[in-house]
Write a protein that binds this ligand. Structure first.
Ligand SMILES: [Zn+2]
Length: 234
């Protein structure tokens, strides 16, 4: 094979590796965001349960106050009942007392329901806090791993970049220029094999003349369809 072609193939290998690493590096912030939003979601879940718990507590206090005012009213009515000498007034006060007592029973039933709700919420909160702690641990481990991965990729990129510079320095400037322009515009490869008379870059048949120039290996030959530099494969 043309020795410059061999150099270009090695250079292309390094460039492809650099490109791959850069693609991986680009996904890192997305992975980080994803992990951080998972963390935020579990914290928000815990906070929502705490909020619910506070709400139930406020409602329960309100009911307690309502019971309190009715209990006071009953005490007041009982005093009036004790003081009156009129039978019909005594009975009327008795009805009012009964009404308040019924209300108190209803309020206490509601209070009991809220206490059951509060117990359920407490258990839910404990479970949510436990799972939030676990996911926090796992997510911070994953974030640490991401940092390490990011550093490793940076290091690899620098190594390949060093290789690339050394290789590029040995290649003819015009050829290097042509190669780099092709590599950047094609997105995959600038130098490809001809296999069974077909360019493996664009998958078109090359002319017989092109095929034999590639086979001779004495010069740089481009695919007449896609312009990629050709070397002899199988
Ligand atoms: Zn081609």
């Amino acid at each position: 094979m043309h020795s410059e072609l061999e150099q270009l193939l090695v250079l292309q290998d390094r460039l492809q590796k650099i490109r791959q690493i850069q693609t991986e590096i680009k996904t890192l912030p997305l992975e980080r965001d994803h992990l951080e939003s998972q963390l935020a979601a579990s914290a928000a879940g815990v906070e929502a349960l705490k909020q619910k718990g506070r709400h139930v507590e406020v409602e329960r206090k309100k009911l307690e106050l309502d019971v309190g005012t009715r209990t006071e009213s009953i005490t007041r009515l009982k005093t009036q009942q004790y003081q009156t000498r009129k039978n019909d007034e005594f009975q009327a006060l008795g009805h009012e007392i009964e009404r308040y007592e019924n209300e108190i029973r209803k309020l206490e039933d509601q209070e009991l329901e809220l206490m059951i709700d509060a117990d359920k919420l407490k258990a839910e909160l404990e479970a949510a806090e436990k799972s939030a702690r676990a996911s926090k641990d796992s997510i911070s481990r994953q974030l640490t791993d991401l940092d390490a991965k990011s550093k490793a990729l940076d290091g690899q990129q620098q190594e390949f970049e060093k290789d690339r510079k050394a290789l590029a320095a040995e290649i003819d400037a015009d050829l290097l220029d042509q190669f780099e322009r092709l590599f950047n515009s094609k997105g995959d490869a600038a130098i490809v094999a001809v296999e069974h008379g077909v360019c493996t870059g664009c998958h078109m048949k090359v002319t017989t003349a092109t095929a034999s120039r590639v086979k001779a290996g004495k010069e740089i030959v481009n695919c007449e369809q896609c312009g990629r530099i050709l070397y002899l494969g199988q």
